[in-house]
Design a protein around this ligand. Structure first.
Ligand code: HEC
Length: 299
C-alpha cells in the first residue's frame, strides 16, 4: 500500500511554510515496517479493518505538531529534562476510529502495557516522546533503575504530573512507560470491561475501589485473556486464585514481593494502606468460583 504523508502546502519541511504544513499534515499509515524505530499502531484505526497493524515512521511523527517542555518529576529521569513529541490526544484525533470513546494502550517491548483512558488524557495531557534533550533515542539516558537499558524507541511523559482526584477519589498514578513499540486505539469499555468484577459483590464499594487500583496498576503486567500486559506471565485468574485461597500470601506479595520470592521481578507497593490491599483482595476474589457460587441465581 502507498505510504504517503500529505502536506497541505506541498512545501518540504524546514521551509518557511513548515508550521502550516505541520498543522495540517495528515498521516497515511504504512502497511509494512521500514525501520526498527517505526511505531506500530493497531486496535481500531479510522479507515482500517479492526485489529490490523500499521506503521508510522519517526519522520512521519516528527512532521506532526510537536510539543516541548521540561519535566521535573518524571521518575524515568534523574533531573529536569527537556522532552518533545506528539500529544496522545493528537494521535487519537488523527488515527482512532472512534475518537470519543477510544483510549490509548501503549505496549512495550517487554509486554508491559500502560493504559490511557479519556479522563486521564484530558487531565494529564500525556506526550509520546520523540526527543529527549533534543536527541533521538540513541542519545537518550538509560533507564533510571540502573539496568543500563535503552528507553527508546518511544516513551510517554507529562508536562507536570500531579495525581488527579477528578479522575478518581483515590487520585491516579502516572503512567510513564519506556521501550514503547506499539500504540493501540481501543474502546475503553472493552478493555476495562474484561476485568470488571464479577458476581454478587461486584458493585460493592470496596470491590470497586480494588477494581480501580487493579486497572491502573496490576493490569499493566497481568493479563485477562487478550487484554492487559503479559509481562508477568501470571494471568488474572492466577492472582484471583491466590486472593481466594491465601489472602495473606496475596497481600504480602502485593506489598513486598521480594519478601516472598527473592527472585521476584514484580515491584512492591509499600505505600498501599491495609484498606487498599483489602480492596484489591476483595476485588480479585470476585473472580473465584466460591464467590460466583455464593451469587447463584443472579447473573
Ligand atoms: C511491573 C509489572 C507488574 C505489576 C505492575 C504487577 N505485577 Fe504482579 N507479578 C509480576 C511478575 C513479573 C510476577 C511473577 C513473579 C515475580 O517475578 O515477581 C508477578 C507475580 C504476582 C503474584 C504471585 C503469583 C504467584 O503465582 O506466586 C501476585 C499475587 C501478583 N503478582 C499480584 C499482583 C497485583 C495484585 C498487582 C497489582 C496491585 C500486581 N501484581 C502488579 C509483575 C507485576
Amino acid at each position: 500500500m502507498a505510504a504517503v504523508l500529505f502536506l497541505a502546502s506541498g512545501l518540504p519541511p524546514q521551509n518557511a511554510g513548515e508550521e502550516n504544513a505541520r498543522a495540517s499534515a495528515s498521516l497515511t499509515l504504512r502497511s509494512g515496517r521500514t525501520s526498527p524505530l517505526d511505531l506500530e499502531v493497531g486496535g481500531e484505526l479510522a479507515g482500517i479493518p479492526a485489529g490490523a497493524t500499521r506503521y508510522l515512521t519517526r519522520d512521519d511523527l516528527l512532521r506532526l505538531p510537536q510539543v516541548t517542555f521540561t519535566v521535573k518529576n518524571d521518575a524515568n529521569f534523574t533531573g529536569p529534562t527537556q522532552v518533545s513529541g506528539v500529544p496522545l490526544e493528537e494521535l487519537i484525533r488523527r488515527l482512532a476510529a472512534a475518537p470519543d470513546s477510544d483510549m490509548v494502550v501503549a505496549i512495550c517491548d517487554d509486554r508491559y502495557r500502560a493504559n490511557y483512558p479519556h479522563a486521564y488524557i484530558a487531565e494529564h495531557r500525556p506526550l509520546l516522546v520523540l526527543k529527549v534533550n533534543g536527541q533521538p533515542p540513541s542519545g537518550w539516558p538509560k533507564d533510571a533503575e540502573g539496568h543500563g537499558q535503552d528507553m527508546g524507541p518511544y516513551m510517554v511523559s507529562h508536562p507536570s504530573f500531579l495525581p488527579s482526584f477528578k479522575v478518581s477519589p483515590h487520585g491516579d498514578e502516572a503512567q510513564i512507560p519506556w521501550g514503547v513499540v506499539r500504540l493501540e486505539f481501543r474502546d475503553e469499555k472493552t478493555v476495562f470491561g474484561s476485568i470488571a468484577p464479577r458476581g454478587p459483590h461486584a458493585s460493592g464499594e470496596m470491590v470497586q475501589e480494588g477494581y480501580w487500583f487493579a486497572r491502573q496498576n496490576c493490569f499493566r503486567c497481568h493479563n485477562r485473556g487478550a487484554e492487559g500486559g503479559t509481562k508477568a506471565g501470571h494471568p488474572w485468574l492466577v492472582l484471583s486464585a491466590w486472593a481466594a485461597a491465601s489472602p495473606e500470601y496475596f497481600a504480602a506479595y502485593v506489598r513486598n514481593p521480594q519478601a516472598k520470592n527473592p527472585h521476584a521481578q514484580m515491584p512492591g507497593n509499600p505505600s498501599y494502606s491495609d484498606k487498599i490491599i483489602g480492596a484489591l483482595t476483595a476485588y480479585f476474589q470476585t473472580f473465584s468460583c466460591s464467590q460466583q457460587e455464593a451469587g447463584k441465581g443472579k447473573p
